[in-house]
Design a protein around this ligand. Structure first.
Ligand SMILES: [Cu+2]
Length: 152
């Protein structure tokens, strides 16, 4: 699965459309919280070959957390600011159950996370987006669905 060597980068300031792992499984989710955007970017390129960041504490855009518990999202509406880099943190509290997180509007997909088994967290980054309503969903359990309200 992961064939590329992992090369740690300096703590990153890169912002953009980053996800943790592209299509990889829960191997992407490690315990280290020393996540950086640079590491996340490398993981996207390298295919998750090493301890994966889950949540980057230095992120300073608009951020919100959605908790998954009992095959439901605890938040079905999250509010984020328009015009800045955005992040959603999926906090999976369903032990042994994988969830993922996709942000979309209509046919437009903005970001999709790798699956993360609970207990565990993963973040997705997207935007900046104009004000409006977007959806978030767990593709593994499509009934897990919510709305991202991006406001001014
Ligand atoms: Cu799910």
């Amino acid at each position: 699965m992961a064939s590329s060597p992992f090369l740690p980068g300096k703590p990153g300031t890169r912002r953009g459309d980053l996800t943790n792992g592209a299509g990889q499984g829960s191997l992407c989710v490690m315990r280290s919280r020393r996540a950086t955007a640079t590491l996340a970017a490398i993981l996207v390129l390298a295919g998750c070959g090493s301890p994966a960041p889950t949540v980057d504490p230095s992120f300073n855009g608009g951020s919100a957390t959605v908790e998954a518990l009992g095959l439901q999202f605890s938040e079905t509406i999250v509010n984020l600011p328009a015009g800045v880099p955005l992040r959603l943190i999926l906090d999976n509290k369903d032990a042994g159950v994988p969830h993922d997180l996709r942000v979309f509007a209509g046919d437009t997909e903005y970001v999709k996370s790798a699956p993360v088994s609970g207990p565990g967290q993963i973040e997705v980054r997207f935007g900046p987006l104009p004000a409006g309503r977007y959806q978030f969903q767990c593709d593994i359990h499509p009934a897990m669905l919510g709305t991202v309200v991006v406001g001014p």
